[in-house]
Design a protein around this ligand. Structure first.
Ligand SMILES: [Zn+2]
Length: 76
């Protein structure tokens, strides 16, 4: 018999380990635009799941054209 509560507590245990996938977001210092690795930027040809490091160096903020270096990268 499967107890759903057991599954939940197991998930909570796994969530506390370092093997949990984390992802990064980049926040434009110029305009506050947020790039999420989870969502990508499909409208700009960047598929969901594209890592921040995989973005080309010449990538710019789609909203204000700030360079990639102008983004603050946060692991969430
Ligand atoms: Zn911007």
């Amino acid at each position: 018999m499967n107890d759903p509560a057991d599954a939940v507590s197991l998930c909570a245990m796994q969530a506390s380990t370092s093997s949990v996938p984390r992802f990064k977001i980049g926040i434009c210092r110029g305009c506050g635009f947020v790039y999420s690795e989870l969502e990508g930027e499909p409208a700009l040809g960047v598929p969901a799941g594209t890592e921040w490091e995989a973005l080309p160096e010449e990538w710019k903020c789609p909203r204000c054209d700030d360079p990639k270096a102008g983004f603050e990268v946060v692991v969430v």
